[in-house]
Ligand binder design. Structure first.
Ligand code: HEC
Length: 300
């Protein structure tokens, strides 16, 4: 009797805690300065339209149509309806943070969309809130043009050194304590190497580089670096560096392959496709001929 009671108690406790996990979504912990971040792009019907296109392709599968409450209920936690009160009560900075970093099932879109596109998504999300009044940031996106990257590679210790500075009229400004990421451009998307780093007091960050990354015939690799700074915004820079292993294979876009353009599709595909079309054509001719014959019999 006693044992049975314990069993019931334990299962009740487990059930109740499982339910409360479902019911109370975990709060987001967002640093104060990021919470206060605002967009430098004014939200207009055209930014909202652009945001809608991005939303439809990348978010709707989980979040559903805003305001319709048709998000994907099978997920845990259930993706909130972004037109809803909970989301609309968040600051623009909160939304930007959530879309940028993600958590659990909610993907991070940091490497998927540049900053402007993330703000346009928020412009779309805000278009469902009549009470919303935008607070614009005084940030000047033109300042991004002042940022200069200097990227060098040390073949001895396999370290890529990234130095970031801005040329202001008053002189050079070192971008210190900023987050930097670097990537190698691949055929399909980018490959991040090493983790994100923070620049030191001289605006410099070091990255470990894989020694076996294939490059082109001469060993060239397209390297992309990105820095995020409060004053200068998110700045990307691309350069070609001779740091890969020379690879003499024809490029993925040069050889015949399924993913290539029509003139470079695989021979077997061309043969199968053309014979398919030919067969269909002959078959249609045959049907036409048979119909003609039937008609002739009918008129006899
Ligand atoms: C794979 C499914 C999935 C996709 C795709 C997705 N989300 Fe989410 N999203 C979630 C889930 C699940 C949560 C809840 C996460 C949590 O609270 O831990 C969430 C939370 C959010 C929140 C916070 C809502 C709130 O008020 O709590 C925002 C904002 C958001 N997503 C925006 C987006 C945007 C914009 C996109 C497209 C660029 C997107 N999401 C794509 C699943 C997804």
């Amino acid at each position: 009797m006693f044992k049975k009671n314990i069993g019931i108690k334990i299962s009740t406790i487990i059930l109740v805690s499982l339910f409360s996990l479902q019911a109370f979504a975990q709060a987001w912990t967002i640093p104060a300065e990021l919470k206060a971040k605002t967009s430098y792009i004014p939200f207009t019907s055209s930014t909202s339209k652009e945001g809608e296109d991005t939303y439809t392709k990348n978010c709707m599968s989980c979040h559903g149509n805003p305001g319709k409450g048709n998000s994907m209920k099978a997920l845990n936690p259930i993706p909130p309806d972004l037109a809803g009160k909970v989301t609309q009560q968040r600051t623009d900075g909160d939304l930007f943070y959530i879309i940028t970093t993600g958590r659990g099932v909610m993907p991070s879109f940091k490497d998927v969309f540049p900053e402007q596109e993330r703000w346009k998504l928020i412009s779309y999300i805000r278009s469902f809130n009549r009470q919303y009044v935008q607070v614009l940031s005084t940030f000047n996106p033109q300042k991004a043009k002042l940022v200069k990257f200097d990227i060098t590679y040390n073949a001895v210790n396999h370290l890529v050194r990234v130095a970031v500075k801005a040329t202001e009229k008053t002189g050079m400004v070192v971008l210190k304590n900023d987050s930097v990421d670097i990537y190698a451009k691949r055929y399909f998307g980018r490959l991040q190497f090493d983790n994100g780093m923070i620049t030191d007091k001289d605006g410099i960050a070091y990255f470990k580089f894989p020694t076996d990354l294939p490059g082109d015939k001469a060993g060239n690799v397209e390297v992309i670096a990105r820095v995020t700074d409060d004053n200068y915004g998110e700045v990307t820079y691309q350069t070609r560096m001779k740091i890969g292993v020379p690879t003499d294979k024809p490029g993925l876009t040069e050889q015949r392959a399924i993913w290539n353009v029509v003139s470079k599709s695989p021979i077997w595909l061309v043969v199968v496709f053309t014979s398919g079309i030919l067969f269909l054509g002959l078959f249609l001719l045959y049907i036409g001929f048979s119909l003609w014959k039937i008609r002739k019999i009918g008129t006899l």
